[in-house]
Design a protein. Structure first.
Length: 340
């Protein structure tokens, strides 16, 4: 297996990539549906599925062109099998299976979060196993111990909203468009540090779990109590970001302490947040550890992480030639663990 075509379609991004096991990432293409869902204030599953149908093949064509390859060069096809929106996942799974059947190559169903977890390995320098991963996306907030491909231990997770959701909901309350994480972060840059302070739920809970659902209520209260002029919106954005970053950073540090590991890997869309990156870099280098981030374009959903995770999996398990497929809208990452 050398050239892996990766297809990501779990939510609102169609991501395609070609990963070569010796030459690395050859090309990747992406279409974001943000503009499509914008007016609804969130992802509309049916629209997402239809848009994946529209973009999957053209994006595959342009990735092949960029990599100067043809479909016949592809040795295996990796697609996101879950978790995610079932209709959206089905598009990627059926495109992958139909192409693989025609080309007589195997398919491999990839867990979306495993894609995120392994995505920092696409960067240079890549972290060596074992490490602690902080997985922070729109749907998940988890601290994992990663000892290798297929060796994942959940250390803690959010008991309610994910960090990305907390960013997005706070952003919405401040009148920003969906998904507001990056916009909130931009607004926060103009905020006055210390004007508002929001609660840090579960900071002292003694475990590695998180809770973010109270934050939106706190942001709502602040926005009702104050005249929402431009500066106040920026000040609230600053406070919301500070609260989320503070909890994530402190728990990530505790996870390093508990496991005795010194490498932290940040993965998932919220990993693009500069305040989080700066804070973790500062805190972790102070204790002699190292933080690894995927390149910004590989933090949010993309095809490269799926092609890469597929390639890693194919080194450890037999390839699937049956072309029967199912998708797993809900799928526990630890089900993927290898027995040894
Ligand atoms: O990993 P991802 O692309 O999709 C999921 O699998 O969920 O993550 C998307 C999430 C959204 O909640 C988005 O607002 C957030 O990542 N996000 C950010 C930033 N960029 C994306 N949150 C905070 N700051 C950012 N710069
Ligand atoms: Zn994701």
């Amino acid at each position: 297996m050398k050239l892996i075509l990766g297809i990501e379609s779990s939510c609102d991004e169609t991501g395609i990539a070609l990963y070569h096991t010796e030459r690395g990432l050859l090309a990747h293409t992406l279409h974001s549906q943000i503009a499509l869902h914008n007016e609804y204030g969130g992802v509309v599953p049916e629209l997402a599925s239809r848009d994946h149908v529209r973009y999957a093949l053209p994006l595959i064509r342009s990735a092949l062109q960029k990599a100067n390859c043809s479909l016949n060069d592809v040795d295996a096809i990796a697609y996101t099998q879950g978790p995610g929106l079932s209709g959206a996942l089905l598009v990627g799974a059926s495109v992958a299976s139909a192409l693989a059947y025609t080309l007589d190559v195997p398919t491999i169903g990839v867990h979306h979060l495993e894609g995120h977890l392994l995505s920092p390995l696409l960067s240079d320098p890549a972290p060596q196993f074992p490490f602690v991963a902080l997985l922070v996306s729109g749907g998940h907030t988890q601290l994992m111990r990663v000892d290798g491909v297929g060796h994942y231990e959940l250390l803690g997770e959010s008991i309610d909203d994910a960090a990305g959701e907390a960013f997005d909901k706070s952003a919405k309350l401040l009148g920003l468009e969906y998904p507001g994480g990056a916009l909130l972060s931009k607004l926060a840059q103009r905020g006055t540090p210390g004007r508002f302070r929001l609660p840090r739920p579960m900071l002292h809970s003694g475990d590695l779990d998180f809770s973010f659902s109270g934050l939106k209520t706190a942001v709502l209260t602040l926005s009702q109590q104050n005249e929402l002029d431009e500066q106040t919106r920026a000040d609230i954005a600053h406070a919301a970001q500070e609260a989320i970053v503070d909890v994530l950073a402190q728990k990530a540090l505790s996870a390093l302490g508990q496991t005795g590991l010194d490498k932290l890997v940040i993965a998932g869309g919220v990993g693009a947040n500069h305040a989080l990156r700066n804070r973790l870099h500062k805190d972790i280098s102070k204790r002699g550890g190292t933080v690894f981030y995927p390149d910004l374009e590989f933090c949010t959903d993309n095809g490269a992480m799926i092609a890469f995770a597929g390639a890693m999996r194919l080194q450890h398990q037999p390839a699937q030639h049956s072309y029967r497929f199912n998708v797993k809208p809900r799928w526990d990452l630890q089900e993927l663990n290898y027995a040894d």
